[in-house]
Ligand binder design. Structure first.
Ligand code: SF4
Length: 272
């Protein structure tokens, strides 16, 4: 599959992905209950990308990720480091809301992961911040709890790109727990330095893993995750093994019934 190179070409390709994704029917149970696909939103050429778990009620209704209370906290954390949503791209592991805010199933993650991998390939962030357990375990392909690795920067190959990966707590875990908010603030304080380092060396095939060693966090307390308010999205399920994180040509193929390419309203996508 040819890979678009210029920012303009990648932006157009991202819009095509959105057009395909919003007609996706790979998870019949989610299709039956979703209002719409929540593809992701933000800067199509962002150096910084956030990956959360799945849409909640507000996101499902509005079609934009992180627009509820956790989203407002995320915006506040961004503002504290001089950034806005227009500077970053925000997406979730799962593009459709699980009913009753249940955790995504392993099958759903496997079906949906190609969309995320394609987003990463097209947006080409240099820094990826995973929000909470679910996204972190998926991206790292490792079951280590977020509370043990939050704030620890790694070079990680995701699909076709090597990025600087920064796992942090999910903002929902900090809504009513000031200590978690402080942890998030300290981890977000690392972002400017990571962005300043620019893109990591692209190492070709194979994983460029390895913690960078600086900016290590001290989060060793699993109890931090136990403070999540009921109804807020912060998963605890283990990701499955296997190759679901590999880029998929299938993800680039328009789904049945997808709108014509190029006819997409960028405001609907939430693209800056
Ligand atoms: S694969 Fe993703 S976008 Fe498609 S129905 Fe499942 S959750 Fe929704």
């Amino acid at each position: 599959m040819a890979r678009p190179q210029s920012p303009e070409a990648r932006r157009e390709a991202l819009k095509e992905q959105y057009a395909s994704a919003r007609a996706c029917t790979r998870c019949p149970h989610l299709v039956a209950t979703r209002t719409q696909v929540v593809f992701g939103a933000g800067n199509a050429d962002a150096d910084l990308m956030f990956v959360g778990e799945a849409p909640g009620r507000d996101e499902d209704l509005k079609g934009i990720p992180f627009v509820g209370r956790a989203g407002r906290l995320l915006e506040s954390l961004l503002a504290e480091i001089g950034l806005t949503r227009e500077d970053v791209f925000i997406a979730n592991v799962l593009k459709c809301r699980p009913p009753d805010n249940r955790n995504p199933t392993a099958d759903e993650i496997e079906r949906c992961s190609p969309w995320l991998m394609r987003q990463l390939e097209l947006i080409r962030p240099t820094v990826v911040v995973t929000l909470g357990n679910f996204a972190t375990k998926l991206i790292r392909e490792d079951p280590t709890s977020i509370t043990r690795i939050r704030g620890r920067v790694e070079l990680r190959r995701i699909g076709t790109r090597t990025v600087r990966l920064l796992p942090v707590l999910h903002p929902a875990a900090a809504l009513y727990t000031p200590s978690n908010r402080e942890l998030l603030q300290s981890d977000f304080a690392l972002i400017a330095g990571l962005l300043a380092q620019g893109a990591p060396e692209q190492t070709g095939e194979g994983e460029a893993a390895g913690r960078l060693g600086e900016g290590e966090a001290v989060g060793e307390d699993d109890r931090a995750d136990e403070t999540r308010p009921v109804g807020e999205r912060e998963p605890v399920g283990d990701p499955r093994d296997g190759d679901r994180c590999e880029p998929s040509d299938e993800a680039a193929a328009p789904a049945t019934g997808a709108p014509a390419n190029g006819a997409l309203d960028e405001a609907q996508l939430g693209l800056f």
